[in-house]
Design a protein around this ligand. Structure first.
Ligand SMILES: *Cc1c(COP(=O)(O)O)cnc(C)c1O
Length: 465
């Protein structure tokens, strides 16, 4: 499998190189040149298999030139061994034809663990084979950072720096990033919002001198390996509900568009997905874009679902690449426009292509709180605010199409956002026992300015030579 950039000007790479490269050198994102196809029989054969087996079969065709069968099976097995649920991604029913896919049983209680745990293993195998050291810099709205730290802490070949927006993550999220004791982990609290953090990360990747000097690598969902591992649970959920013999829809709480884009690839691979519904909070740039064809930044307003407080939704570029018939030059022009004007207009053809696949909805703060309370009363399920945004948007989508089973992705555990959940329900969700002492551990964090030169200097100094 070969990987090409969404902007059409970067070298074509194999999976291993695309994984270690992260952002393409033309500023684009790597995508597979063609998408492997699964027949109805192959999909039907996934029913009833353990999560790890489905993960192996789904990921194999994307990585087979880089990893042997044993390497991939071993990486997957180790990745999910620490999950707190035997099914890995269990599903519960909320209402007639409405299901909740619980993606929060990993070590840091958010869906990011599904991919990060796998790529931690894959990076380790590949770096050892190449006898190579790298510096991973990640930007996080809260959950990617802790998942990356959990996956890479203590590794000899990796120094890890995580940029998070100072004061804009929940206390549990912050403590998960600042309390690990390993010397290769550095939590950096940056002045600004998540888009500022992600912007600085992209600037570092575009500073080729720095990039090559420190061996910069990325584990944000700009890294295709992240997206790949997230395709798996769309398959496990859909076959559990009757695919390939029945069509299924999914609603995905969305920020950087990585998770829902994994659903799109599942659909491209042959999984019968009827609709992919983008659920956003009050930062609704994706919903507005789907409605009006106009992607315009207005500034991010902090919300109770901070992991979705994003306006520069990186992986939307991958969706646009497909919608524009894989025309890299067109994508490069749109992204230039966004950088200079803070907006772009999607062509009528492309918006038609997006609407053929995606629906969307936005939920404000008040309704999110109400949904947490409603869901508890209706089903006994305690939702995190992100998942509540998803469930509310899914309920609206189910009214339009009650016949197709709807799966809403529960992206984080309620205990990760205890303040909002307590305010909505009066119940303070406890942390699982394995992290019950999180609030007693010492924190280690460096405050950093929103300044490229200062960040690069700090990384040069702190990384192990
Ligand atoms: C990261 C995250 C999201 C958004 O996922 P994207 O892949 O960035 O769209 C939603 N909810 C939670 C809890 C998250 O951590």
């Amino acid at each position: 499998m070969r990987y090409v950039s969404t902007r059409g000007q970067a070298p074509v790479l194999n999976f291993g190189d695309a994984m270690l490269t992260g952002l393409a050198r033309d500023g684009g994102l790597y995508v597979p040149e063609s998408v492997p196809q699964f027949s109805g029989d192959e999909i039907a054969a996934l029913a009833g298999q353990p999560y790890e087996e489905v993960a192996y079969r789904v990921m194999k065709p994307f990585v087979s030139e880089t990893f042997s069968e044993d390497e991939l099976r071993g990486a997957i097995k180790r990745a999910y061994a620490g999950f707190g649920h035997a099914a890995r991604a269990p599903m519960v029913q909320l209402a007639p034809n409405h299901f909740l896919l619980e993606l929060f049983h990993g070590p840091t209680l958010a869906f990011k663990d599904f991919a990060m745990q796998v790529i931690g293993q894959l990076f380790q195998i590949e770096l050892e084979k190449r006898d190579q050291k790298i510096t991973i810099v990640g930007a996080t709205s809260g959950d990617t950072g802790s998942a990356a730290i959990e996956a890479f802490r203590g590794l000899d070949n990796v120094d890890l720096f995580i940029l998070f927006p100072h004061g804009r993550v929940s206390e549990v999220q912050r403590r998960q990033m600042t309390t690990p004791i390993e010397g290769n982990v550095h939590a950096l609290a940056m002045d600004g919002d998540f888009d500022d953090c992600q912007g600085k990360l992209k600037d570092m990747f575009n500073d080729f001198t720095f990039r090559d000097e420190v061996g910069l690598a990325g584990v944000n969902s700009i890294n295709f390996a992240r997206v790949l591992a997230q395709i798996v649970y769309f398959f496990t959920a859909a076959v559990a509900l009757g695919a390939p013999h029945r069509k299924i829809s999914f609603t995905v709480p969305t920020g950087n568009f990585g998770d829902i884009f994994a659903g799109f690839l599942a659909k491209e691979m042959g999984l019968p997905i009827e609709r992919l519904v983008i659920a956003t909070n009050q930062n609704d740039i994706l919903h507005r874009c789907l409605e009006a064809g106009d992607y315009t930044k207005r500034g991010v307003t902090p919300s109770i679902s901070p992991s979705m407080d994003i306006e520069v939704s990186s992986n939307f570029e991958r969706a646009l690449f497909w919608a524009y018939g894989k025309d890299g030059a067109a994508i490069a022009a749109l992204m230039d426009e966004l950088k200079t004007n803070g907006s772009f207009t999607v062509s009528p053809n492309a918006i038609g292509a997006l609407r053929a696949v995606y629906d969307s909805g936005a939920v404000g703060e008040g309704r999110t709180m109400e949904e947490i309370g409603d869901s508890l009363r209706e089903t006994g399920e305690l939702l995190c605010p992100h998942s509540a945004v998803g469930v509310n948007v899914a309920k609206q989508a189910l009214q339009r199409d009650p016949a197709t089973p709807m799966v809403t992705l529960a992206t984080a555990h309620p205990a990760k956002f205890p303040d909002a959940v307590e305010e909505a329900t009066g119940i303070r969700p406890p942390l699982p026992p394995r992290m019950a002492d999180l609030f007693e551990r010492d924190e280690r964090v460096t405050r950093v300015p929103n300044d490229l030169a200062a960040l690069e200097a700090l990384i040069r100094e702190r990384r192990r030579k």
